[in-house]
Design a protein around this ligand. Structure first.
Ligand code: DHB
Ligand code: FE
Length: 266
């Protein structure tokens, strides 16, 4: 037996109330109602419910949940996390195809506590889009774990991995979510970003994203999901350390970016 739940009653009925109010205010006709109904059925059938919900609603609940907490700022998880990312061994190189398009990048991070002490043995789970803005596991012909990996921080809380620089992401436009964006004149872009979930014994987990200064979407039309926070934007530079290049099996010059992740104790 399902019992009445106070919180669901309060929030869900208020949302229904708000929708009814808007339907009345806009004189929505029965024909329009059926068109929206069919569109929602198509959204469910296409498997894009997670995408649509995250585009429009995850950022606000992420802020409700984490704004003001101690440590690094959180960011939404988004719809492209998988729970079976490859566990990597050092030197950390995100798995990629032989001909993976994009610019080589070496990302360096530090995981620390609120006092600035490095946390050794923290788990860093990262995932990103390929150069064409797609995520492995959600498009055909790309190995499932591509550009995803789990690594562990070394002494001092440091970690370093090589990858390709993520590219701006475009919400798929073939399906109902893309149709909705076209119908409403919204653009489909998110700025380039890495995703991270960082966990360590005795600390609260941190799910966040890292963006790049100078990103054409951040500086231009803006993130469709409204997920960017200033503290999460990092500079992109050039690296040419021969030891790093040979350890990671990349060319003599590469892009670099780095970030510090501060975890609050549990
Ligand atoms: C969304 C979030 C992401 O991080 C992403 O890469 C794509 C989409 C989203 O909120 O829908
Ligand atoms: Fe993403």
């Amino acid at each position: 037996m399902v019992e009445r739940n106070e919180r669901v009653t309060k929030v869900a009925l208020d949302i229904i109330d708000a929708i009814q109010d808007r339907l009345a205010a806009h004189d929505v006709t029965h024909q329009e109602y059926r068109a929206a109904w069919a569109w929602l059925m198509g959204l469910a059938q296409s498997g894009e419910v997670p995408l649509f919900l995250d585009v429009f609603f995850e950022s606000i609940v992420e802020r409700n949940t984490f704004d003001g907490v101690a440590g690094s700022e959180h960011a939404m998880q988004g719809p492209y996390y998988l729970d079976d990312h490859p566990v990597l061994s050092p030197p950390y190189c995100l798995p990629m195809r032989d001909d993976e398009p994009g610019d080589a990048m070496v990302f360096t991070g530090v995981v620390e506590d609120l006092g600035g002490n490095g946390i050794e043995g923290a788990t860093v789970d990262t995932w990103q889009a390929a150069n064409d803005g797609t995520y492995s596991g959600f498009v055909p012909d790309v190995p499932r774990g591509n550009l995803r990996g789990i690594l562990t921080t070394a002494a001092g809380g440091t970690f370093r991995f090589s990858t390709i620089k993520p590219a701006p992401y475009r919400i798929p436009h073939e399906g109902p979510t893309g149709e909705f964006l076209l119908l409403t004149g919204l653009h489909p872009w998110r700025p380039a970003h890495f995703h991270f979930t960082i966990t360590a014994d005795g600390y609260k987990p941190l799910t966040t994203q890292i963006y790049f200064r100078g990103d054409e979407i951040i500086d231009g039309i803006g993130d469709i999901t409204n997920g960017v926070k200033d503290s999460l934007i990092v500079d992109v530079g050039q690296g040419s350390d021969p030891t790093v290049a040979s350890e990671h099996g990349i060319g003599p010059t590469y892009l670099v970016a780095d970030a510090t992740f501060a975890l609050d104790s549990a």
